[in-house]
Design a protein around this ligand. Structure first.
Ligand SMILES: [Zn+2]
Length: 213
């Protein structure tokens, strides 16, 4: 493999519940990175009820939970961490800015892969400890940002109300980080929608959102 493979195992969603006017239905985007050094990274692990589903999504890629080397949760909300328990062979679990293995907690800095192409970056906003995974040298011939709820879905670039209503601990900072990641990446995997490609128009809108905050 000459490039890192970014595979969205399941695209996330979020919408109002059909029956409960004050309730939401949501689950996260769950993404597999098959690094060109042979290691496997999973980003955001769905809810605690999704274990069988996640195992079958991995099986479709020829993988078992024991083949995952690193787990990254973009933040600690329940729909992003639910199946971390499946990955007990992983050398590293990262949840937001917290890194651990079993009961050992430590500082983590630097790349997740041997080539220095898969990086965890602080992207505060939705929560102050949110992180994104930035993958360079991908099969999409560009850099992919796996951003959790920094972006809810592509439509939130036109309608800021979508990401703001999903909850933001610092809206101004979140707007800045959205702009920064959009300049760094060619594709974004948002927390609750399909992967999308960036273009000049979307980047212009993200820049102007920063200026209006
Ligand atoms: Zn979320």
């Amino acid at each position: 493999m000459s490039q890192n493979q970014v595979i969205v195992l399941q695209a996330g969603y979020s919408h109002n519940d059909a029956n409960e006017p004050n309730a939401m239905r949501a689950n996260c985007s769950c993404t597999l990175i098959r690094c060109r050094d042979g290691s496997n990274i999973i980003v955001d692990t769905l809810t605690a009820w999704d274990g069988d589903q996640l195992k079958s999504l991995l099986a479709a890629q020829g993988l078992q939970p024991a083949d995952i080397n690193v787990v990254v949760c973009t933040h600690g909300h329940s729909d992003h961490i639910g199946c971390n328990y499946l990955f007990q062979e992983a050398r590293l679990h990262i949840v937001g800015s917290c890194a651990s293995n079993r009961d050992l907690y430590f500082e983590h800095a630097g790349a997740l892969d041997a080539h220095g192409e898969v990086l965890v970056e602080q992207t505060p906003g939705h929560t102050l400890s949110c992180v994104s995974v930035v993958v360079h040298n991908t099969q999409l011939n560009g850099t992919v940002g796996i951003c959790g709820d920094l972006f809810e879905r592509r439509a939130d670039i036109d309608d800021a109300q979508i990401w703001q209503a999903a909850g933001s601990e610092d809206e101004k900072r979140q707007a800045q980080e959205r702009h920064r990641l959009a300049e760094l990446c060619e594709h974004i995997v948002p927390g609750h929608g399909q992967m999308f490609a960036l273009n000049a128009e979307l980047r212009r809108k993200l820049r102007s959102c920063v200026e209006t905050m």
